[in-house]
Design a binder for this molecule. Structure first.
Ligand code: SF4
Length: 61
């Protein structure tokens, strides 16, 4: 599965990359990007990151 961040709405809080660094990282503009595959191992953390995003710009599909 893949995660996606709509960077237009990201406010750069860093929460997703803290909760699930396997999948999310901050880029040079301090916007989150989903760089990693969502796997069975990190799925729970990836979903927690999605659900914790204060502006709800993360999707997983
Ligand atoms: S949790 Fe949401 S707002 Fe915060 S860095 Fe991640 S995508 Fe951006």
């Amino acid at each position: 599965m893949k995660a996606h961040v709509d960077q237009e709405g990201c406010i750069g809080c860093g929460l997703c990359s803290e909760i699930c660094p396997d999948v999310f990282r901050m880029n040079d503009d301090n916007l989150a990007e989903a760089y990693g595959e969502v796997t069975d191992e990190n799925m729970a953390a990836a979903e927690e990151a999605r659900d914790s995003c204060p502006v709800s710009v993360i999707t997983i599909e």
